[in-house]
Design a protein around this ligand. Structure first.
Ligand code: ADP
Ligand code: MG
Ligand code: ZN
Length: 477
């Protein structure tokens, strides 16, 4: 039978506030275990939570960036459940009155159309502690540093219908959260995690099928693979006339399959109720308006700026704006050396390859913007050759040493002196008569042979345009 695939995502993203959401402890990834905690965030009885205004502000910022309505009154509720990562046996979260409701994200579908993925809500809650299962000691250790980290949960409507759409949605959402600088969204560190809800229904049917949920996926690849797997599993069951049970499944990336974990608990099992320690809070319109005014440019606006004002191609602007770190870096480099197209070309052809080789999720360029600008400026003005530029680029990628100084110290300046190049070419002609013969009898490879030899002779410093012009002139005579 043919089925429609229905997918809804719940995305958790840790906010990068200075302190935690209900206490003053440092909000920072890592650190010596159990050093960033206090009675509130380890959940000692009688301790009192105090909401972090910055976290509320960032949640509103996220809502505004995706077109949500901001509720005028929001409520913190207790979501009750027992698990060792949450010592007080409830998580402070939001249910009936989250900070943001509605909104949505537009994605490009494979057939070249646009699709609007509606959002249900964005709410603010606290992250749980981190459990570290240790097979050596045969037990589990708890690190409360993460406990109480502000977390927003962005809940979509079940509007996606393939793994590609889910990945596109997630990528776009991640990009938005990075642009507005509320989260660094490092999936490998768990600051962006995703729960997948997925069900099938007979093609064209209006009624939604029973869903399975897979929690805490932390890479685009595993999101795609988990969805593909689940589509196969559910359609096989349905084909065989079996029922899908509503459950939570664990995705095992190494084995490329999912396992049933537990029957899905219902919202009523959590017995949400307003936290008596935290009063409902008013979100004033002027507070929201102020945030609106300070909203940074999102990716689409940045692309438009690069194309219209800097003259980059649409493709170049898209690649460049894919990552906010790169945008910031690029903007800084062109503030030192205003040749946007030239800088962009070098970034796309050379720098991004290097970043890919480093294969870290987070794009960091280890060369200061000023040093990089100097390198490109020397290359563009032909003070150094392309070959030297590439070599220096590789070198300062490791050291970030002042490239101007290196060029001066090692005498790497490009040789643009026609007479000098000519003399050197004449020497080579004497040295390799056979290659001259080859050229005369029509073998054009001999030309690049001479260029290669000349570069060797000059340690890559001869200007290649001048060199090839002169070599051709001499050979053709
Ligand atoms: P819970 O919080 O208990 O997981 P929600 O009703 O808030 O449940 O839904 C969570 C997510 O599941 C939402 O993203 C929603 O779009 C999605 N969802 C709900 N029903 C289905 C369904 N039948 N198939 C696929 N996704 C669904
Ligand atoms: Mg859920
Ligand atoms: Zn604390």
């Amino acid at each position: 039978m043919e089925y429609d695939v229905v997918i809804g995502l719940e995305v958790h993203s840790e906010l990068k506030t200075k302190s935690k959401v209900f206490c003053g402890c440092l909000n920072e990834f890592g650190g010596e275990p159990n050093t960033h905690c206090c009675p509130v965030c380890i959940g000692l009885p009688g301790s009192l939570p105090i909401p972090n205004k910055e976290a509320v502000k960032m949640t509103i910022k996220a809502g505004l960036a995706v077109g949500s309505q901001i509720n005028d009154v929001a409520i913190f509720e207790r979501k009750n459940y027992f698990y060792p990562d949450l010592a007080k046996a409830y998580q402070i979260s939001q249910a009936v009155r989250p900070i943001c409701v509605g909104g949505g994200i537009e994605i490009d579908t494979e057939d070249g159309n646009k699709k609007f993925i509606r959002l249900n809500r964005i709410h603010l809650e606290e992250d749980a502690a981190k459990l570290i299962h240790n097979h050596k000691i045969g037990g589990t250790m708890i690190d409360y540093n993460r406990g109480g980290t502000p977390l927003i949960e962005i809940v979509s409507e079940p509007d996606m219908s393939s793994a590609e759409e889910a990945v596109k949605y997630l990528a776009k959402l991640r990009n938005i959260l990075q642009y507005i600088e509320v989260s660094d969204c490092k999936m490998e560190q768990g600051s962006l995690r995703c729960d997948i809800n997925i069900s099938l229904k007979p093609k064209g049917s209006k009624e939604l099928g029973v869903r399975a949920e897979m929690k805490n996926l932390n890479s685009f690849r595993s999101v795609a693979r988990a969805i593909e797997y689940e589509i196969k599993r559910q359609s096989r069951l349905l084909d065989e006339g079996e029922k899908i049970v509503q459950e939570t499944r664990r995705w095992d990336d190494a084995r490329n399959r999912s396992f049933s974990m537990r029957k899905k608990e219902d919202a009523q099992d959590y017995r949400y109720f307003p936290d008596p320690d935290l009063l409902p809070f008013k979100i004033e319109k002027i507070f929201v308006d102020e945030i609106k005014k300070s909203m940074p440019q999102l990716r689409e606006q940045k692309i438009k700026y690069y194309v219209d004002e800097l003259g980059l191609s649409n493709y170049d602007a898209e690649v460049l704006t894919n990552d906010l770190n790169l945008v910031k870096y690029f903007d800084k480099v062109i503030s030192y050396f205003y040749k946007p197209k030239f800088v962009c070309n070098f970034i796309l052809t050379t720098l991004l390859k290097k970043v890919k080789d480093d294969s870290s999720d987070d794009l960091v360029v280890p060369i200061s913007a000023e040093n990089f600008a100097n390198l490109l400026s020397m290359y563009e003005s032909k003070q150094i050759s392309q070959a030297i530029c590439r070599e220096l680029f590789d070198e300062i990628w490791e050291t970030d040493e002042d490239c101007k100084k290196i060029v001066a110290e090692r005498g790497l300046t490009q040789n643009n002196d026609e007479d000098d190049i000519k003399n050197k070419v004449l020497e080579l002609i004497k040295e390799f008569p056979q290659s001259v013969q080859d050229y005369k009898s029509g073998n054009t490879k001999a030309l690049s042979f001479f260029i290669g030899q000349l570069m060797k002779k000059t340690q890559g410093k001869a200007n290649p345009q001048i060199a090839s012009k002169i070599i051709k002139e001499i050979l053709d005579n």
